[in-house]
Design a protein around this ligand. Structure first.
Ligand SMILES: [Zn+2]
Length: 702
């Protein structure tokens, strides 16, 4: 395997800053719920806690590209990067570069081969339960895991089988076992995953749907603070929570919808209406700064905010509304740093600012789907116009179920209903829309559709369909599940993906052997020999990418990927270096000042490093302690670049991006993949760590 465990290094740093484990005291007696406003000014301190000897705050800016940090737009973060803290200049997201995959990496220091979790969108039939709104979830379909109730359903499923949602100890579990107080605050999904076992009597969780424990929620209410509306749907063991009449909806996006073209679905990248997520991010950060920090003074906090990612999804990286999101994130960072300083905590608090992944613009090859002008005001009335060299993207979405059906796969499902995607599915040189919109009587409220529903049939029907394929569409990469585990079907699927230009590198479960032109999932840390499908996908494919491409929407922000359709101008999840290369910056008493770290580092390394700051070990983690960035670190590593190759495989045909039925195939090409990375070896040669930088598929003349 590719990475050694780093318990020895953890122990090296055990002496740095052991938190005082005897300083934690129990909370005061429970309080009764009251309406918020009436209670303002009557809030009691939860406990007279002794401050922790060391605090660590991990502040995630979801989807923050390193090149988005700018002295004019994000001055506080730029100052940390350039002068005050440590800039990890060669930082890596874990592939597939999804949010939840990297949330699990932050939680455990490991990849899915170890922890066994595959979100964002996972396929795991057999679950039951509701979502955060209290609605039953159809687990026959692939499902989105950014929801605490869904994560609890997954965990309950595994617990009944003697396992857990994450098959290894998390950083928060290690912290709780050592008696440290914790807080997990922010975006639904990744925040709950940090503390999903809720095993700490001194841990609190506040995300956009949920507050835990109930006593904490009631205390927030008593302090006059609103609660996420969906707490009223959560079945707390002690009884449900009634919202105060003036609670409002503090975690709603404002406005509720992003700005589209006149078609009602295609986002308008020119819009200057601002990020929709500022109010809820302010609520979450202010609740931390004004209540959680003074009242609970947690030793370990994760604050995970959905900007710039959510705004990048809507409008694309580098667009005006994303700049607005970045400015607001930096304002909240400034409030965090100033509060730590003004409350006397800065000298005992390490702050790590990270992103889970980079972010790319959704788009396809402009030779086939040229850039086009946009006309009309960017206020919901914009329309797609003529071909224009400096124009906007009108392509990039690839509905794999539709492509595979056209390629002859009769029983392929992605769990999605009808879609109406009149621009980003692709408008070619002649103005022809790849999937022509048509009136659709079978699509319910959707009056027009461009692709039909591909719902997974009932389990009995699925079991008897030998050629069924289920797709968990995940943005920049797709998961394919082959319920029959039929090797010939897997081979046919892989060959078809290799023949279609939209798809890039392919990874296959080891049980199918080495298929030409592919790497195994085990090779990139996504499976272990005992892994089963589902949830381990049978085939994972990254969409093709161009890390240098730009368009009129963001002329100085390069990077384009094709992606599964979600009404997005931006997404991530691919093996493009733009998605893989993400952000880590650290500051505080344990970190060097004004230090640029050129060793490769990864999201896998964050949990082991934080554990070391507390004198804790994470013996199951794959990542390393980033010792070179710590004040007392003197580690010398050897770093070597490597390339690994799969293929070439001769292709019977190559199907163009706008040729749905492959009626005009290109002949005489072969397909090959190169996987690029860096290998880091400890000075004594005993520890090795692998960092994957990118993977690219090439179709070239034989
Ligand atoms: Zn993310």
């Amino acid at each position: 395997m590719h990475a050694c465990r780093s318990a020895a290094l953890c122990l090296t740093f055990a002496a740095i800053s052991c938190a005082s484990l005897s300083s934690q005291t129990s909370t005061t007696a429970p309080i009764t719920p009251t309406t918020g406003a009436a209670q303002q000014g009557r809030v009691e301190s939860e406990a007279s806690r002794t401050p922790p000897a060391r605090r660590v705050i991990l502040f995630i800016w979801d989807g923050l590209r390193p090149d988005a940090i700018d002295p004019q737009i994000t001055p506080r973060l730029a100052a940390l990067r350039d002068a005050i803290g440590v800039d990890f200049r060669h930082h890596h997201s874990v592939y597939p570069t999804f949010t939840m995959m990297n949330a699990a990496a932050f939680a455990t220091g490991a990849r899915s081969g170890f922890h066994g979790f595959y979100g964002n969108t996972e396929y795991l039939p057999g679950l039951s339960g509701t979502d955060a709104k209290g609605k039953a979830v159809d687990y026959a379909q692939p499902f989105f895991t950014e929801d605490h109730a869904i994560l609890q359903s997954i965990d309950a499923f595994y617990r009944a089988r003697g396992s857990a949602l994450l098959r290894m100890q998390s950083l928060f579990e290690a912290a709780h076992a050592a008696g440290l107080t914790t807080a997990a605050i922010g975006k639904v999904g990744p925040v709950f995953l940090q503390d999903y076992r809720q095993d700490g009597s001194t841990g609190v969780i506040l995300d956009e749907d949920f507050a835990w424990p109930r006593d904490f929620a009631l205390r927030l209410q008593a302090a006059g603070r609103p609660l996420p509306r969906n707490v009223q749907h959560h079945a707390y063991p002690e009884g449900s929570i009634q919202l105060a009449p003036d609670n409002g909806d503090p975690t709603a996006p404002v406005p509720a919808h992003h700005v589209t073209l006149a078609d009602g679905v295609t986002p308008d990248p020119r819009a200057t209406s601002g990020s929709q997520h500022k109010a809820r991010n302010t609520y979450l950060m202010h609740t931390f700064l004004e209540y959680v920090l003074p009242q609970r003074d947690p030793a370990l906090s994760v604050i995970w905010l959905r900007d710039p990612d959510s705004t990048e999804h809507s409008y694309g990286p580098g667009t005006p509304n994303v700049v607005d999101a970045l400015r607001h994130q930096d304002k909240l960072l400034g409030e965090l740093l100033d509060t730590l300083k003004n409350s006397g905590r800065a000298s005992s608090t390490d702050v790590l600012i990270a992103s889970d992944h980079g972010h790319s613009t959704v788009g396809s090859d402009p030779q086939i789907f040229p850039l086009r002008a946009l006309h009309g005001e960017p206020d919901g009335h914009g329309t797609l116009g003529e071909i224009s060299a400096g124009g906007y993207i009108a392509s990039g979405n690839v509905r794999s179920a539709e492509w595979l059906r056209h390629a002859g796969f009769a029983h392929v499902y992605d769990g999605q209903g009808c879609m109406f995607d009149p621009v980003l599915a692709g408008v070619d040189n002649t103005g022809h829309v790849l999937h022509e919109p048509h009136a659709s009587s079978e699509c319910g409220a959707l009056k027009h559709s461009t692709t039909p529903a591909y719902r997974v049939p009932n389990p009995e029907q699925l079991r008897t369909t030998r050629d069924a394929i289920v797709i968990a569409a995940n943005g920049g990469s797709e998961y394919f599940y082959v319920p029959s585990q039929d090797l010939q079907l897997v081979k046919r699927l892989v060959s078809t993906l290799q023949e279609h230009r939209a798809y890039g590198p392919i990874f296959v479960r080891s049980v199918y052997g080495t298929l030409p032109g592919t790497f195994s999932l085990e090779h990139i840390g996504m499976e272990r020999p005992e892994s089963v499908s589902p949830p381990t996908p049978d085939v994972v494919v990254s969409f093709d990418w161009d890390d240098a491409a730009i368009s009129g929407a963001a002329p100085t922000t390069p990077g384009r990927i094709q992606a599964s359709p979600r009404d997005n101008r931006g997404t991530h999840g691919s093996f493009s270096p733009i998605d893989v290369h993400n952000t880590l910056i650290a500051t505080g008493p344990d970190f060097r000042a004004g230090f640029a770290d050129d060793y490769p580092s990864s999201n896998l390394d964050v949990a082991p490093t934080i554990a070391a700051l507390f004198g804790l070990a994470l013996p199951q983690a794959e990542g390393r302690v980033l010792s070179e960035a710590l004040g007392q670190g003197t580690t010398g590593y050897r770093v070597e670049a490597f390339e690994e190759h799969a293929g070439p495989v001769p292709l019977a045909r190559t199907c163009e991006l706008h040729d749905l039925d492959c009626t005009r195939p290109v002949k005489g090409l072969s397909y090959s993949v190169t996987l690029y990375g860096h290998r880091l070896t400890s000075a004594d040669g005993s520890h090795h760590y692998i960092y994957f930088d990118k993977a690219k598929a090439i179709r070239a003349p034989k």
